[in-house]
Design a protein around this ligand. Sequence first.
Ligand code: SF4
Length: 186
Amino acid sequence: MIAKLLSRWPLIRQIRTGADGTGPEAMSARTRNLLPKTHEAQVARSICPYCGVGCGQLIYHKAGKLVSIEGDPQSPISRGHLCPKGADTFELHTHVARLDKVKYRRPYSRKWEELELEKAMDMVADRVWESRERTFQEKIDGELAMQTKAIAHLGGATLDIEENYLIKKLFTAGLGMVCLSNQARI
Ligand code: SF4
């Protein structure tokens, strides 16, 4: 009985096997049967949304629910690694404090109010158009300009080449905006 009890003690198993105490000899019956949270989850490949490095991520999901986000070992850029910000992308989606409603503070107000997304988008479009109409310069010093410097656009680092191309076409050719840049350049 005592010998059986002793054999369950990790130190005895380590002495017996000559192992270094980091392998199966250190496991209890419970830890031996533990499974990773990604067990039987489906996985999709993606890219970290935070910065221009574009580290690869594996998005694990089960029954339509996000389970985990981890570094992608097959990414030639990051080879499975994520910085602390990228490693916390899971909480970007799941944290209870995440805002999922548009917040709007009227001029001179001290309070935030919630808006429907569609209404907020209409308000942004109205303000962009009003600024463009108010500041558009057809000529500068007699030279043709057709531009406004009153509106600027800063793109996100994970926008791809095609998206940046369309943004430039829409904002410069469509509205005359000349102040355009991208976070990946900063
Ligand atoms: S993991 Fe870090 S370094 Fe990589 S893309 Fe995300 S924020 Fe940038």
